[in-house]
Design a protein around this ligand. Structure first.
Ligand SMILES: *Cc1c(COP(=O)(O)O)cnc(C)c1O
Length: 428
């Protein structure tokens, strides 16, 4: 495959954009080599600037559950833009989207629209702190909640203790307020709450983790966490930025029967445009300005073009059979990939929930940060490039979820599995 135009663009990009990309994981640092630049995409396929075509299993990291350039979304965007791209004043679509969100996700009684997942999680944490009057928060090792300061924290040495900054620029004093515990370990949370529960405003979690690769919650884990939170007056915040409208129409909370105090959304809810949301209990959400004292604002919040795209996306997903079809596609890929790996003698652990999946290059179970880190990232890198060369675009990191879209059909599944057969054999 020729990538000369991508290489030339990347050389120019690196002169003027840090690392040549506007979001780090796009840079292929996790797999080696140079990133591919794209010129267009429709349905399940993307075309790069050298004319190579790929079946896309990234879906812009989650939003594109209907595939690229889905015609009703494109038309909604064009139509909205013709009526003005932003008013800086309320518009009817915001009310419609808020009503639709509340009707679809019953724990959400009031909702505020923002422009990204990061904005949603940062605002939810401020609100949880403002509502409870407590300063600390609990997050789980390896879970990602966007690039906000409170989340760029890693565990202190070994145990569930005070966090340390994960990035220069995050003050140690702030990181100390972010406590961490391992995912899928309720006892760790029990111990932590017994000691520090009174200082903790909220626990925030990815219900099904996508950001260390896909991790599946153990049976009862999320329900147990919700109960522990209630017992200690800790708000239970479900970060559904990745899972919302993807795992079920009502998100992971519908799938696992949860009732979080607050939830955050982005990705699918914006239909591929910059849009996020946070919402939840009426009494908590009523603390947001101008109804209450907790400040949060945004010049382009509830942007009419993004709202139109989000509405078109959510309406399309309401069609009967949507989530059964995503499950069926996910299962076909899971079974096919496992069979190809086995035939080539390559040990893998495949984690999947619905249309989110990760192929870990290890032969042990992966259920938390420590077990995920056992995966052979060099081997994943070789597999990634072999797949790329065969026309399949996977997330360029072992620790990211692949996403199946409704644009994928039987032909694309066959293409992916044919590529995987060659890729696995090249590793053996
Ligand atoms: C992507 C993601 C975010 C951040 O969303 P952005 O729109 O990239 O700011 C937050 N939480 C989770 C679970 C995500 O997957």
């Amino acid at each position: 495959m020729n990538h000369s135009h991508s290489k030339a663009l990347f050389a120019r990009a690196q002169e003027r954009i840090p690392g040549g990309v506007n979001s780090p994981v796009r840079a292929f640092r996790g797999v080696g080599g140079d990133p591919v630049f794209f010129r267009e995409a429709t349905g399940a396929w993307m075309t790069d600037v050298d004319g190579n075509r790929y079946v896309d299993l990234v879906g812009s990291w989650g939003p594109l559950i209907l595939g690229h350039a889905y015609p009703p979304i494109v038309e909604a965007i064009i139509e909205a833009a013709r009526r003005g791209t932003t008013y800086g004043a309320p518009a009817p679509g915001e009310v419609e989207l808020a009503e639709l969100l509340c009707a679809t996700v019953p724990s959400v009684e009031k909702v505020r629209l923002v422009s990204s997942g990061t904005e949603a999680t940062v605002a939810a944490i401020r609100l949880a702190r403002g509502f409870t009057g407590r300063d600390s928060i609990l997050k789980f090792e390896g879970c990602f909640h966007g690039a906000g300061d409170p989340f760029l924290v890693k565990a202190g040495s070994g145990v569930e203790t005070l966090g340390l900054p994960d990035s220069p620029g995050v003050p140690a004093a702030l990181a100390k307020l972010t406590l961490t515990a391992p995912y899928n370990d309720l006892e760790a949370v029990e111990r932590l709450f017994a000691e520090k529960g009174k200082d903790i405003a909220c626990a925030i979690i990815e219900p099904v983790v996508g950001n260390m690769g896909v991790l599946v919650p153990k049976p009862g884990y999320l329900q147990g966490l919700q109960e522990l939170c209630r017992k200690h007056g800790v708000l239970f915040v479900l970060d559904e930025v990745m899972t919302g409208f993807r795992l079920a129409r009502g998100g992971a909370q519908e799938l696992f029967g949860l009732k979080p105090d607050l939830s955050t959304f982005a990705k699918v809810v914006g239909g591929g445009m910059p849009l996020g949301a946070y919402g939840g209990r009426r009494d908590i959400m009523s603390k947001i300005a101008p109804e209450g004292p907790v400040y949060q604002s945004g010049t382009l919040s509830g942007n009419p073009v993004a709202v139109a795209a989000g509405l078109a996306c959510l309406k399309a997903l309401a069609a009967p059979g949507t989530y059964a079809r995503l499950e069926q596609l996910g299962a076909m890929l899971e079974q096919g990939l496992k069979a190809e790996a086995q035939a080539a003698g390559v040990p893998v652990t495949l984690n999947r929930v619905g249309s989110m999946l990760t192929l870990f290059f290890c032969d042990t179970l992966v259920y938390d940060y420590t077990s995920a880190k056992k995966a052979d990232t060099a081997r994943f890198g070789r597999f990634f490039h072999a797949m790329l060369n065969e026309g399949v675009y996977l997330p360029p990191s072992q620790f990211e979820a692949a996403f199946v879209s409704l644009a994928i059909g039987e032909a694309e599944v066959a293409h992916i599995l044919g590529a995987a057969r060659k890729a696995f054999r090249s590793l053996a």
